[in-house]
Ligand binder design. Structure first.
Ligand code: FE2
Length: 327
């Protein structure tokens, strides 16, 4: 920790993992009140930006807790203070989100009692955000934790458990298929309509935009099947020099319109995935994840390559988490 830092690192407040060299996952930072009576998060971020970058590089996740961030506009200012460029509300993403203010959107609006499996944000698109900010505007009654896991650890564990399968994934890549309706369905985690997904009501324009995202469209009665891939199942994190899990094997949520859910994820040659593998992978995620219980005002910063995230079902209302993505 830098001596003059406006941050104070908190250890043991919530579950954390040791990533080696004394770095924890996630790093938890609160205001350093030995230096000033009050510390504004925007100010602290501006002053300690390069130090924060190095922490994010080593840990992959930073939770800012105990700062005076209470509204969506406060959160927007925090995001602006980071200096990271805005990643605009994406064309082609699956989740239904609404703009709140500035660079701030609702997090996935899927019904709170549903689980959202582990995923990287926009991992199907050729361009995806590199950093994600989340903010807890309304603290969950109970449940609704955001879980985070290190994607290189998942890769290593899966390679140990299913070496042949991982080799085949590596060699062939994966194909995803999803059916989008004409109207957005807020009751589904992947319920964005095709018109909202491609921000047009013209089929030809949707096709053009889909092609740029390396997606193929097959029109059905009012709906459209989107075929994505073949896509590599893993990526190489060049900054950290390690291979990472970067696919929708567990994150690919079954959309309600898909007539054959077994085709949601396949090897690129059309061969179905072995049935036991996705559940083994989900088990590994369970063992390797850190579950964050939100407190009002929390701001979470994730590296979208190093870290995957999920949402546990909410047991007691309310819960309102907002999001902002950066390039
Ligand atoms: Fe997400």
């Amino acid at each position: 920790m830098a001596e003059e830092s406006l941050f104070h690192e908190v250890v043991g407040l919530l579950p954390q993992q040791n990533c080696g060299d004394g770095v924890l996952f996630p790093v938890v930072l609160s205001p350093n009140l030995t230096l000033a009576k009050t510390v504004k998060l925007t100010e602290a971020i501006k002053v300690n930006r390069s130090w924060l970058d190095s922490i994010l590089h080593r840990s992959g996740a930073i939770l800012f807790r105990g700062f005076d961030v209470s509204s969506a506009s406060d959160f927007n200012e925090v995001v602006e203070s980071s200096g990271y460029e805005n990643f605009c509300h994406p064309i082609g993403g699956a989740a239904y989100r609404t703009k709140v203010v500035g660079r701030v959107y609702t997090a996935n609006e899927a019904p709170p009692d549903q689980n959202i499996p582990f995923h990287h944000e926009m991992s199907h698109a050729p361009v995806f955000p590199s950093k994600l900010f989340f903010f807890c505007e309304e603290q969950p009654g109970s449940g609704g934790e955001t879980c985070i896991a290190l994607s290189h650890v998942i890769y290593e564990r899966m390679k140990q458990k299913h070496p042949k399968f991982v080799e085949e994934m590596e060699e062939k890549g994966l194909i995803y298929s999803r059916v989008l309706g004409e109207e957005s369905d807020p009751s589904s985690p992947v319920g964005r309509s095709w018109m909202d997904t491609f921000t047009t009501d013209k089929k030809a324009i949707a096709e053009e935009r889909a092609a740029k995202l390396r997606m193929k469209l097959e029109w059905m009665d009012g709906a459209v099947r989107v075929i994505m891939g073949p896509m590599p199942a893993f990526k190489y994190d060049e900054v950290r020099n390690r291979k990472i899990w970067f696919n929708g094997l567990v994150g690919e949520m079954k959309d309600k319109l898909n007539d054959d859910p077994s085709k949601a994820v396949m090897f690129s040659d059309g061969k179905p995935l072995p049935t036991d593998v996705p559940s083994d992978c989900a088990k590994i995620f369970d063992e390797e994840c850190v579950a964050l219980q939100w407190q009002k005002g929390d701001v979470l910063l994730l590296d979208n390559l190093a870290v995957m995230h999920s949402r546990r079902p909410l047991i007691t209302q309310p819960r309102r988490v907002l999001a902002s993505f950066c390039k």
